[in-house]
Design a protein around this ligand. Structure first.
Ligand code: GLN
Length: 206
């Protein structure tokens, strides 16, 4: 792996190119992952946004669900944004009954939590472990985190302001060991600091 890890971007749905570009600007090599053999080759994996119910179905169709669960259980670093966060949660509220979880983070997320009021929401967030000031966060029919277990580090919560409405104070970025998740989409803002943090996690530096 040396200093340039190979990070896969799960390429069943979502902002695959944007994630790859952000990872590359953070110093990683990247590759699209659609098959188990491609998954075997990577040092870490990004799971983009999209629709978690569809991604769950595609993971089964592409015979990736069990291999991915096995790699996560084996300690592979992973970063999930939005639908990716939902897939990495041990428990989902407002999911579909047939939707499957990868798990990996001891948390309960509520699907489409922001979308109950408005489809998208933007705010500036302070992110633990990320220097250089607040990050602009874009939420698109995003989940939020309702509860976390003791092993989970909270990296960010929505500021507790009136403008944030029901989202005020909600947890939206977490880390458990080498697995990160954000409810927002940093790949859309040209700010690659979350991806850099993930590259450092893959390298064992963070
Ligand atoms: N609402 C989507 C889901 O349930 C997530 C939205 C997103 O990834 N932008 O999976």
């Amino acid at each position: 792996m040396a200093d340039q890890p190979l990070i896969g971007v799960l390429a069943l749905q979502g902002d695959v190119r944007e994630h790859a570009a952000a990872l590359e600007s953070g110093g990683a090599r990247t590759t699209a992952v659609r098959r188990p053999a491609e998954l075997d080759a990577v040092d870490g994996l990004v799971i983009p946004g999209g629709e978690s119910t569809t991604m769950s179905r595609l993971l089964e169709t592409f015979e990736l669900l069990e291999p991915l669960r096995a790699r996560l259980a084996g300690g592979m670093p992973a970063y999930g944004s939005c639908a990716g966060m939902i897939l990495l949660a041990d428990k989902v509220l407002d999911g579909r009954p047939d939707q499957r979880q990868l798990g990996g983070i001891d948390m309960v997320v509520r699907r489409n939590a922001f979308g109950r009021q408005v489809d998208s929401f933007e705010t500036d967030l302070d992110l633990a472990g990320v220097d250089g000031g607040p990050a602009h966060a874009v939420f698109i029919r995003a989940p939020w985190v309702e509860a976390v277990g003791p092993a989970v580090e909270v990296l960010a919560a929505v500021p507790d302001t009136e403008a944030a409405g029901a989202a005020a104070g909600r947890i939206v970025a977490v880390r458990q060991g080498a697995v990160l998740a954000t409810a927002f989409h940093p790949e859309l803002t040209g700010d690659s600091r979350v991806h850099r943090l993930f590259v450092d996690v893959v390298l064992g530096r963070a």
